[in-house]
Design a protein around this ligand. Structure first.
Ligand SMILES: Nc1ncnc2c1ncn2[C@@H]1O[C@H](COP(=O)(O)OP(=O)(O)OP(=O)(O)O)[C@@H](O)[C@H]1O
Ligand SMILES: [Mg+2]
Length: 341
């Protein structure tokens, strides 16, 4: 879909101009062995936007997108809807999903070791995507794979094409995965902790690269990270997850300027301040509940400084304010936090 011009792909205007969501997730739930790990996720990704997903370990960030792409193991029981341009993906057959995965939606997995085939040269792994999704063959594959390796900043790209994953560093393998993800020219790239294995300088380079590609192509980006600071620099909007649900979604500025959920406020307390000085790190007390042992009512209530009686009884629904800021908190409602400035 995008055309090669110099080092970055050319602009695709239609991806930019349409206000329709590219992907919608409605009431997505996932259960493993009778235990609910995802509990009714609602989310939309619009064309060209960068959406950040944050939340503590185990909150369901990865499972949401693995479920959306049909990549969970067979023992997962999935309900709800995921629509790409109106086309249903939940329970779609593999033939159908193979046309979507890698082509319309690409995912950079959290775990490079499991994503790359250890016995296949990395150039060949990128070449397979180019052949399957873009119909390239012969010399064109090698030329395009080399261009992608150069694009993601792999030094000595031509020689690297012939390397096996074990001959590359963790950071280089991460770049190979990004090259493979970009090879299908996806409309949406899901990057699950794409910079965890990288040092701070290379991390910044990779995020800059993703931002440039997004600007040039109109590609949408979902960036999953533990690091709220990192997500805020890259993303237009942020969704905060807690124990298998979205508990707050808003534009990045509103998440930082007017967080409505006490969990988000807690996370922000744990992020260095934007104002130059590094703020004090304030860990949130207590633990995320185990999916098999969820408390009644709001799952954050046992850790919540604003907890009231009602919070231990009722699970709050996600409420949308006029500005499109959504949150799920009965205490915030009772205290009218959304009306405070
Ligand atoms: N295959 C599986 N079988 C059983 N439970 C699973 C499976 N995969 C994930 N889970 C559970 O689902 C919940 C959500 O997991 P998920 O991997 O989405 O968390 P995450 O937010 O991505 O965490 P992290 O930040 O550590 O990557 C966790 O409680 C996890 O143990
Ligand atoms: Mg994860």
């Amino acid at each position: 879909m995008y055309v090669q011009t110099g080092s970055v792909p050319a602009i695709v205007p239609f991806l930019r101009s349409s206000p329709r969501p590219l992907l919608t997730i409605e009431n997505l739930s996932v259960r493993f062995g009778g235990v609910d790990v995802l509990r009714g996720v609602d989310l939309a990704v619009t064309r060209g936007e960068a959406l950040g997903i944050v939340g503590e370990s185990g909150s369901g960030k990865s499972v949401t997108w693995l479920a959306a792409l049909g990549l969970l193991s067979k023992d997962a029981s999935i309900s709800g809807n995921v629509r790409l341009d109106g086309m249903e993906l939940v329970h779609a057959d593999d033939a159908h999903l193979d046309q979507v995965r890698g082509r319309r939606i690409a995912m950079i997995s959290q775990d490079p070791a499991s994503a790359l085939n250890p016995v296949l040269r990395v150039g060949k792994q990128v070449g397979e995507v180019l052949s399957r999704h873009r119909g390239l063959s012969g010399r064109a594959i090698r030329n395009e794979a080399r261009r992608l390796f150069e694009l993601v900043g792999l030094p000595d790209a031509d020689r690297r094409l012939d390397a096996y994953p074990h001959e590359l560093s963790g950071g280089q393998n991460q770049r190979v995965m990004i090259a493979a993800a970009l090879a299908g020219e996806p409309d949406l790239l899901i990057a699950d902790e794409p910079t965890t294995a990288l040092d701070a300088t290379i991390q910044a380079q990779i995020l800059d690269l993703l931002a440039t590609i997004r600007q040039e192509t109109g590609m949408s980006l979902v960036l999953i990270s533990h690091d709220l600071g990192l997500v805020s620099e890259t993303c237009d909007r942020i969704a905060v997850m807690y124990s298998g649900r979205i508990i707050e979604t808003a534009r990045t500025k509103a998440i930082f300027g007017n967080p409505l959920h006490p969990y988000t406020r807690g996370l922000l307390g744990a992020v260095p301040s934007f104002e130059g000085e590094v703020g004090r790190l304030i860990p949130i007390e207590g633990q995320v509940p185990e999916p098999a042992n969820m408390p009644p009512g709001c799952s954050f209530a046992p850790r919540c400084p604003l907890r009231r009686g009602i919070c231990e009884v009722a699970e709050p629904a996600l409420k949308v304010t006029e500005g499109g800021h959504s949150y799920a908190c009965l205490a915030a409602d009772a205290l009218q936090i959304s009306k405070m400035r």
